[in-house]
Design a protein around this ligand. Structure first.
Ligand code: AMP
Length: 269
């Protein structure tokens, strides 16, 4: 595995590989890798000849009071995990390289970013769309692999690729979970033992929602109430949102139509 930190160098390498006819997959990450990330790298390995894993804690997707400074970082560990999972190139640029002095361009995607995480974290998806577009232009991939865990993000990326004619296949990979159902996440290290135990309620509530849909429930308010009721069994938890929506548009109809794909999304504190 080769580590590259200069965008220009990464671009030349990617271009040379493309000219040799190689297919490239990119796996964008903020590091502090876990099996969720390595599953995406392995997916990239299956699809392409070359896997580029990117490691960059992107400042523009964090709000002013968010955890940018304390976001966990461990390059040595990331190096090992990325290499073991089958990465060919680890791209880890410095901030100044990705946002050179006086940068002025930010990508704003409207509509699907108005709700849910976009509403709770103003500007977050602008930061995501901007960094992903930069990474696409630097790594020149044929495939870009993202995790379903960040569901709204996957819709934002698909919109970006569509709107800006990126010639890239977006591949969404399933959520990897701990044995008790909690999704693996770099941020899980923030949780105390007590909070870690409580967090499983996300998985329990999501499973309740899926069960209700399978039983034939189609009224959105009832489905949302199922999630809320389950989460409220733990009084210490504050719900940011626990909602169902159309999985393609994030629209919130009163009643989901037969065959309509439904997504459940939960953020709690
Ligand atoms: P992050 O480093 O948290 O920005 O995540 C980088 C990529 O890994 C994103 O596409 C995430 O959706 C994906 N990812 C994070 N956690 C998981 C997980 N538990 N299972 C699958 N993919 C994940």
């Amino acid at each position: 595995m080769r580590v590259i930190s200069k965008p220009g160098e990464m671009q030349s390498v990617a271009l040379a590989l493309r000219n040799e006819g190689k297919k490239i997959a990119v796996v964008p990450t903020m590091g502090y890798l876990h099996e969720g990330h390595t599953s995406l790298i392995k997916k990239g390995r299956e699809l392409a000849d070359i896997v580029v894993t990117t490691l960059f804690v992107n400042p523009t997707q964090f709000g002013p009071n968010e955890d940018y400074e304390k976001y966990p970082r461990d390059f040595a560990r990331d190096f090992e995990l990325a290499e073991d999972a089958g990465t060919d190139f680890l791209f880890n640029p410095a901030n100044e390289e990705m946002y050179s002095n006086g940068y002025k361009s930010i990508i704003n995607i409207s509509g699907i970013t108005d709700r849910f995480e976009g509403e709770s974290r103003p500007g977050h998806f602008d930061g995501v769309a901007t960094i992903v577009a930069k990474l696409f232009n630097i790594t020149k991939p044929h495939y870009a692999i993202f995790g379903q865990k960040d569901y709204q993000q996957t819709l934002v990326i698909k919109q970006l690729v569509n709107d800006l004619f990126f010639d890239i296949s977006v591949v969404i990979s399933p959520t990897i979970r701990e044995s008790d159902g909690l999704a693996k996440s770099s941020r899980n290290v923030y949780l105390s033992d007590e909070e870690r135990k409580r967090a499983v309620i996300i998985y329990t509530a999501l499973s309740d929602g899926i069960h209700e849909v399978q039983k034939g429930e189609s009224r959105r308010k009832i489905l949302n109430a199922v999630l809320h009721n389950r989460i409220r069994t733990i009084p210490e938890i504050r719900i940011d949102y626990a909602s169902s929506a159309n999985a393609d548009t994030l629209d919130e109809p009163d009643v989901f139509l037969p065959g309509e794909r439904v997504i459940f999304m939960i953020i709690i504190f």
